[in-house]
Write a protein that binds this ligand. Sequence first.
Ligand code: FAD
Length: 573
Amino acid sequence: ASVQTEKFDYIVVGGGTAGCILANKLSADGSKKVLVLEAGPSGDAMEVAVPAGIARLFAHPVLDWGMSSVTQPQLVAREIYLARGRLLGGSSGTNATLYHRGTPADYDSWGLEGWTSKDVLDWFIKAECYADGPRAFHGQSGSMNVEQPRYQNVLHDEFFRAAAAAGIPANPDFNDWSRPQEGYGEFQVAQKKAERADTYRTYLKPAMGRENLKVVTGARTTKVNVEKGSAGPLARGVEYATQQFGQRYTAELAPGGEVLMCAGAVHTPHLLMLSGIGPASALLEHDLDVVANLPGVGSNLQDHPAAVLAVRSKPEFEGLSVTSEIYDAKGNIRIGAVLKYLIGRNGPLATTGCDHGAFVRTSAAHSQPDLQMRFVPGCALVADGVKAYVAFGELKKQGCAWPGGITLQLLAIRAKSKGSVGLKAADPFTNPSININYFSDPEDLATLRNGVRFAREIVAQEPLRKLLEEETFPGERIASDTDIDEYVRRTVHSGNALVGTCAMGTSPASGAVVSSADLKVFGVEGLRVVDASVLPHIPGGQTGAATVMVAERAAALLLGRTTIAPRREPVCA
Ligand code: FAD
């Protein structure tokens, strides 16, 4: 009830990846009152902490938002499931934990002062606590735990040998910016001794006892209250509803306070629109008052579309797969797997399944890798890779064995297609309309088509060929360009990297929603966006690390310890 009587210096909307970081950093100053409103519950569940629990998190009835895109005519009229974490820690609590920054060129291509690769590198390093020894390009004193994957499987080694035989170079560190991203190798993970290191565990939990920090779970923000003052619109606080009883509340800012939007790349633009901030025509269509006409809100949605190639193993090698190591023939979790995890902090429960792989250029036309291959030492039984995880998490219900094999999940990591998040209704409880729009740029489809061919080349190399037999997906008869394209359209799924829907930039006229100098929403005082929505162009690697970098930076900016652009002072205070 004290939320009703207190006023806050910062109201953080969404206790997700970025929100937990802001909550910690801003409440470290005891004089500032910070409120975090999170729609979901805490992030303490065991499926969250144990990496292999990811299979139970996709489409989870409570911990996932359960959203899908609108019908996609170009994808044989499918609706694409779009996973998003709904808990403290947000999607860092449900993601695959891979730690990738992308490449220097990803950031330099933004063309934004203060966000060049040199600028952002300082913050990647400052945020990181890399566990496996001192290493160039890595930090050791930040809060984000990063380590090498701890689960070992002979199939990883055979994949590496096959990749080498197919002409791919080895890459010992994909985050070492002194070398090209291309190559095969281990993917670093945001884990601490094989426990998920989401931002709830690493940033928020250690700060929870602070008197000036209030965290309310089950609290769904429905609107930012903006006053149309004589000096222009000014955020005054937010409205929210409790999940349990459906009651409506308001939370207010102290004078000079700010609302910080951290609800992620779908909900942040949605909430802005519900608050009258967005494309005027769309707001008027739903009878919403226009507070600020910002055409860029909800546009520029980007993702990594993905397709799989899966191959069954020969019967004598069934036991090698991670799936066989986790489950027995009746679908029960093996006690040996549990003991390995509890005692040695390794074994098959220590992996989200896809922490080895490669980055490749599928044609000479690309100056950087356009494809990431995530190698899974297990056979996908459904061609939609996300649904394959869901099926795996539910194996106990089937009470049967999971056949052995391998999967290469292929992701177009520098995809150029753009979609949008729009209003379906003015009611805040109606999901927004998400048009994921994969393959609006045909190059993305070409990347996945070439990726299928390249994956076949790798699988045909002796180290893997000797272990494998039938290709289950796409299946050998799918060989022509037309057939592969059709397969990809029928099975493409999300690489879970939604970004860009409140892009930062220099002017709203060019589609930007927040200023790249300070992440303030153009035209509204007391309102900033700090989450994956501000990334103007998708980096070529999973997007969690970049979100952490933005949040760390924003916190230092709010605390007056740094500026963003132009860079006039040392960054690390
Ligand atoms: P989120 O972390 O999603 O946080 C948003 C928060 O806001 C959530 O807690 C949500 O519940 C809350 N919220 C939303 N609306 C409201 C509201 N109205 N009121 C109150 N609270 C609200 N990245 C990687 O780096 N490596 C990976 O391996 C990887 N794999 C992924 C796998 C999956 C399944 C998913 C979903 C994502 C993956 N990502 C990965 C992407 C990465 O996790 C995200 O880019 C990043 O977490 C986004 O952070 P965010 O702060 O923008 O949003």
